[in-house]
Design a protein around this ligand. Structure first.
Ligand SMILES: [Zn+2]
Length: 300
């Protein structure tokens, strides 16, 4: 089966633009369409910890019983269908509400030949991804991370279904911006900005270990000492006064230098962490792309 990208109609493009405007670092949006039919277009959203139902998401009555396995000692518990402490990723809502979504589109599963998903963020992967989730009557938990959950879900469905997944932004990369960067000239997965971040992190890898909190604490101490000198100096006469004032200036300068160094290193570390998470996101994409009937790519 040839893999194909989503061929968005104006309505599909508009739906993604609307979703993009509302998505953010903590709210992931998903636009979906069945069988390339715009009348089935709809959007789904992540729900945060203890958050109420998102107004566009299916109602609790359209959600199955769900279980999480996160009690101390590895115990499982019945999750709240809405307002659960773990919340739900958009992909989890999609999988859990599958029967209701088909019903809403007036389709039987055996009539499906194509499912298209456009996500504001590529599906999470690995240990920091969405936690284990079991749906009513399912014998097993779905794995950690939405990439793995989707992969398992796709494989549980007919092979005749073509899955096309697009994402606006790599999970963990430009999470504060959902503007799709890149285009035909850049790497299919990494945007120019993500490349830049990766390169910067490579260059700055020598700042791997840093005692940032202690250094900030020391800078604060230097500043406090400078403040004491400045307070005491006016009460002194003659050269002692000048000496104390210049000591205060030196302490303040030392504090500034120290903070600048700490900040520079912190940025380097943050870049590195981001690069790692971009790498992890790509593993999730690779997992899905490994399936013969799934196409994953950046939304253009
Ligand atoms: Zn997820």
């Amino acid at each position: 089966m040839p893999k194909r990208a989503i061929q968005p109609t104006p309505a599909f493009r508009q739906a993604v633009e609307d979703m993009q405007a509302k998505a953010g670092p903590n709210t992931v949006g998903l636009v979906m369409r069945f069988n390339e039919d715009d009348s089935t277009l709809r959007d789904l959203w992540s729900e945060g910890s203890n958050a109420p139902k998102h107004k566009y998401n299916p109602h609790a009555a359209d959600r199955p019983e769900m279980w999480r396995c996160d009690l101390p000692g590895g115990g499982s518990r019945r999750a709240n269908k809405v307002g659960d402490v773990r919340g739900y990723h958009a992909e989890e809502i999609f999988i859990a509400c599958w029967p209701a979504l088909l019903r809403g589109a007036d389709l039987q599963e055996n009539q499906l030949h194509c499912v298209e998903l456009a996500l504001s963020k590529s599906p999470c992967y690995g240990n920091s991804g969405s936690s284990l989730l079991r749906l009513a009557n399912a014998p097993r938990y779905m794995p950690v991370g939405c990439s793995s959950k989707l992969s398992e879900f796709v494989q549980s469905k007919g092979r005749q279904i073509e899955w096309r997944i697009a994402f606006l932004s790599l999970n963990g990369s430009d999470a504060t911006s959902y503007v799709p960067i890149g285009g035909f000239s850049v790497d299919r997965l990494m945007s120019a900005r993500e490349r830049q971040i990766a390169d910067a992190a490579d260059r700055q890898v020598r700042f791997q270990s840093v005692a940032a909190p202690q250094m900030r604490g020391h800078a604060l101490h230097l500043n406090n000492r400078a403040a004491v000198f400045e307070m005491v100096a006016p009460r002194l006469n003659g050269p002692a006064r000048g000496t104390l004032m210049s000591m205060a200036r030196e302490e303040k300068q030392a504090a500034r230098d120290l903070l600048a160094r700490v900040n520079q290193r912190s940025i380097a570390l943050a870049n590195q962490a981001r690069t790692l998470s971009v790498g992890v996101a790509q593993q999730g994409i690779a997992l899905l792309e490994g399936l013969p009937n799934v196409d994953v790519r950046r939304w253009i």
